[in-house]
Design a protein around this ligand. Structure first.
Ligand SMILES: NC(=O)c1ccc[n+]([C@@H]2O[C@H](COP(=O)([O-])OP(=O)(O)OC[C@H]3O[C@@H](n4cnc5c(N)ncnc54)[C@H](OP(=O)(O)O)[C@@H]3O)[C@@H](O)[C@H]2O)c1
Length: 327
């Protein structure tokens, strides 16, 4: 055995079901494939996954839309978020973590979190607080990191500032709204009619019905717009910012328009794994300050139904795949 291969690793006698993309296409390309259980080496950790969430980037990847990928990158394992228990440790991961520990993570793009077993870098893992169940932990990472990094790293949101959050009942938006309220900002938030009461319950100053109201009539003189929509919504959002204000989008940003209007914009950015930040959000969730909305859970064998539900049914918050009950 080489030095960087773990010593206590074993191969459980169960299949490693994996959402494994062989080709780009509609949701019929989403299927479970049985793959070998990967080995954790060096600073890696093998996680037995209990739950994994679905993000828009998963179906965009499956469709070949985003991120730009050529067919050479296939086959490809989908999923960025997972929660579960540590099954085995690489030799350089032993100091930090222990077998059996409950953990969750926002994992690198190419690791594939929607599987029974996933190898993760030890530094990406966060211990799951006792107060947080596995479905909630799996729902949090990508959406939570996007909200945190968008508001605080890129948007530099401060207490007392005025911020508009678009799509505040969505996976990213519902966390962004709560984090902005926690920060002490005055928060305006857009959502569809059926989600307005929910968004009000997050503590925002004004929930704006994007289907029946113009946000420009209710939120002006803003320091920050956090845009999750792009297109026309983003274009109109420049007009509600103070001169010198900031527009942060999770999608492409019209930087030219920002320059013309004296609005700071941020070049296209992607949320990045950051275990320290994820730990901070987890503490807020454990304390009940931030509540993660899990709209629906699906058994792993219903993965395609789960993708279709996430894409077509406009769920509030997140949709989570359950690999193992009561883990
Ligand atoms: N840059 C990054 O790293 C990053 C990270 C995460 C996400 N993203 C991108 O950000 C976008 C949002 O992600 P998500 O996970 O929050 O998606 P999501 O869960 O689908 O949420 C989108 C929300 O937007 C709402 N919405 C639709 N039209 C709207 C409008 N005109 N005005 C205001 N809200 C509207 C939807 O409401 P209804 O239910 O009424 O339709 C829904 O609640 C996606 O395109 C995703 O790919 C980027």
């Amino acid at each position: 055995m080489t030095d960087d291969v773990i010593s206590d690793q074993h191969q459980p006698l169960v299949p490693n079901r994996t959402v494994w993309l062989d080709q780009f296409g509609d949701l019929d390309v989403i299927a479970l494939s049985e793959r070998p259980i990967p080995q954790a080496v060096d600073d890696e950790v093998l996680v037995r996954v209990a739950a994994a969430s679905i993000n828009p980037v998963d179906w965009k990847t499956a469709a070949g839309e985003f991120p730009p990928m050529s067919a050479d990158a296939l086959p490809f394992a989908l999923g960025r978020d997972l929660s579960g228990r540590i099954e085995a440790l690489g030799t350089r991961a032993h100091n930090m973590l222990s077998v059996g520990q409950r953990v969750f993570a926002f994992i690198d793009f190419d690791r594939g979190g929607q599987a029974d077993y996933v190898v993760v870098k030890a530094v990406e893992l966060v211990a799951t607080p006792d107060e947080i169940d596995n479905a909630t932990a799996a729902a949090l990472p990508l959406a939570g990191m996007t909200a945190w990094q968008g508001l605080f790293d890129h948007g530099q949101l401060q207490a007392g500032q005025r911020v508009l959050i678009h799509g505040a009942a969505g996976g990213v938006g519902h966390l962004a709204a709560q984090l902005a309220v926690w920060k002490g900002a005055t928060v305006f938030a857009t959502a569809g009619s059926r989600d307005l009461d929910y968004v009000r319950s997050l503590g925002v100053e004004r929930a704006i019905d994007y289907e029946n109201e113009r946000f420009e009539d209710h939120a002006t003189d803003l320091d920050l717009v956090f845009d999750t929509q792009g297109g026309e919504t983003q274009a109109r959002s420049f007009g509600v910012l103070k001169r010198g204000g900031t527009l942060v989008s999770t999608l492409e940003t019209d930087e030219e328009k920002g320059r013309e209007l004296g609005i700071r914009t941020v070049p296209r950015w992607l949320a990045e794994p950051n275990a320290a930040q994820l730990g901070e959000i987890a503490a807020l969730v454990a304390a009940g300050t931030v509540k993660v909305a899990v709209a629906e859970t699906f058994g792993f064998d219903r993965v395609r139904d789960a993708y279709a539900f996430t894409k077509d049914e406009h769920p509030r918050g997140k949709v989570v795949l359950i690999m193992a009950e009561n883990e």
